[in-house]
Design a protein around this ligand. Structure first.
Ligand code: B12
Ligand code: SF4
Length: 435
């Protein structure tokens, strides 16, 4: 017997190991919730991030859906068991990056695995309820305008810690997907084509959020915000009059100096890139499809345009050795990005490294997924591989030295010096330091 209107509770797991466990609202669940609601279901979002387990409260629902990242696998499973205790007749669904990569290896504490984006999948699961099908997959339409905007009204958006320029910021997506194929990237197949919202649809949402929550800072979480220049131009034309400040991700090898001037003119404050390494050998091994020279260029162009430059680096990709680390240090000294964030390499399931470890000289991959974090609260990442060229101890020593070097550099006050030159944009150095 199927019911037409169900109650669905969507849970976001905490990740207590994180530097900051309540940084951003769970955007994926907000999208899923909005679509379920459009189809007549009653939906709650229960974001457990940053909440101690003794204070978790789970309600009664017909269907529970939980996001799962590799390092939250065990905690998401624990949440699933708690949901089942509350309503043994309910269906428990796991979705997100980790189950999408290895749907066949997810615990039987979950009745259903949602592979890929969950908007259509959860509506199908509710339609079929209480069927016993184990795996659901259904791609989204390429025109994302047909989907409702994230259901921010189901959470308190102001309870998150993300800031930009010292003010609270909300995350927004204007497109999904990326045509590149970096070998460490966990983006699944459905992300290889780019799906887009129209600039008008994006501008309307920003205007709404600005009005509703008095928020004027936004983080465009698109993997490739700057990739399509014609679209970028139309988007910026509509964003500029809104008077917001924002951060976006650029792409070296694809961007131009002119793009950054246009971004700045439309309110962009920070531009971030996956710079990854100062060694061309490492960039090639990671299949970054760019060069050290082009990485230098984008950082310089951002500075020339008056943008804050934020560079992400990956430490310990197979092939890394003292010489490549040295090249990265020299790169940082030469280019002097305003902000940097260093993640340890993690061989997430679904990546090319995970699928073909021997191609990268990996002799063993450890699968204790709880340790699959890129960096945790103590400022270090984990090491989950063994390689031909570097022992675990050698890597540990290298990581300690590199992180200590970069922390000292931070403390030397480059950023503080820079902030002094930005009237009205204080406290950048206090920005919450994660992705
Ligand atoms: C922004 C981001 C963050 C933000 C915000 C996360 C959040 N609160 O949503 C921050 C910085 C906090 C973050 C943290 C971490 N992240 Co993160 N993050 C991303 C990033 C860049 C974008 C995510 C996003 O907003 N996408 C857009 C929304 C719409 O999509 P979505 O969240 O994926 O949700 C969709 C689907 O996944 C699915 N889905 C999600 N949940 C569910 C649940 C059900 C039931 C169903 C059916 C479907 C479903 O449907 C959603 C809607 O389409 C992705 C890379 C990427 N491009 O996807 C990495 C990524 C998801 N993060 C990753 C990781 C590892 C982490 C950390 C563990 C990092 C660390 N500390 O080491 C933490 C832990 C997360 C936590 N518990 O908070 C990995 C996951 C790899 C893996 N296999 O697990 C990714 C893929 C990046 C990578 N390294 O390759 N992250
Ligand atoms: S790391 Fe960035 S550029 Fe590379 S494939 Fe992933 S999203 Fe695309």
């Amino acid at each position: 017997m199927s019911k037409s209107s169900l109650t669905v509770e969507l849970l976001h797991p905490p990740h207590p190991e994180s530097i900051e466990d309540r940084l951003d609202a769970p955007l994926g669940l907000l999208y899923i919730a909005a679509n379920l609601r459009k189809h007549g279901h009653e939906v709650r979002i229960n974001d457990l991030s940053g909440i101690p387990q003794s204070e978790w409260e789970i309600g009664m629902a017909d269907i529970y859906g939980t996001t799962m990242y590799a390092p939250t696998m065990a905690i998401s499973e624990q949440i699933a068991r708690m949901c089942k205790e509350i309503n043994p007749a309910s269906k428990i669904v796991a979705g997100g990056a980790h189950p999408t990569a290895i749907p066949g290896e997810i615990s039987s504490a979950f009745d259903i695995i949602g592979v890929g984006e969950g908007e259509e999948i959860m509506v199908d699961i509710a339609r079929d309820y209480p069927d016993n099908k184990r795996v659901y997959r259904k791609p989204l339409e390429e025109d994302l305008d047909i989907y409702p905007n994230p259901a921010y009204d189901l959470i308190d958006p102001l309870s998150y810690k993300r800031t930009l320029g010292g003010e609270l910021a909300l995350t927004t997506l204007t497109s999904r997907g990326c045509p590149y194929q970096c070998s460490f990237c966990g983006l699944a197949d459905h992300h290889k084509t780019i799906k887009r919202r129209s600039p008008e649809n994006v501008a309307e949402e920003i205007e709404f959020l600005k009005e509703r929550y008095s928020i004027t800072k936004f983080i465009f979480q698109d993997d490739t915000f700057t990739i399509n220049k014609k679209r970028l131009g139309s988007m910026l034309d509509l964003i500029r009059p809104l008077g917001i400040g924002f951060k976006a991700h650029g792409r070296s090898g694809n961007d131009t100096a002119g793009d950054y001037l246009r971004l700045r003119d439309a309110g962009c404050e920070t531009i971030a890139w996956g710079i990854e390494s100062g060694s061309q050998k490492m960039l090639d091994l990671m299949n970054k499809q760019t060069t050290v020279r082009k990485n230098e260029e984008v950082i310089q162009w951002a500075k020339d345009a008056g943008l804050i430059s934020r560079a992400f680096f990956v430490l310990g990709f197979p092939g890394e050795d003292p010489q490549t680390i040295e090249e990265t240090q020299r790169f940082i000294e030469r280019t002097d990005p305003d902000q940097y964030f260093v993640s340890n390499f993690v061989p997430y399931p679904g990546t090319d490294v995970w699928n073909n470890p021997e191609k990268y000289g990996i002799t063993r991959i450890h699968t204790d997924f709880e340790k699959y974090y890129q960096i945790n609260g103590n400022g270090f990442g984990s090491r989950n591989i063994e390689t031909e060229n570097l022992s675990g101890d050698e890597f540990g020593e290298m990581e300690r030295e590199f992180r200590s070097w970069i922390n000292q550099r931070r403390q030397r006050g480059k950023l503080q010096e820079y902030e002094g030159k930005l009237p009205g944009r204080k406290r950048l150095s206090e920005e919450v330091e994660e992705i």
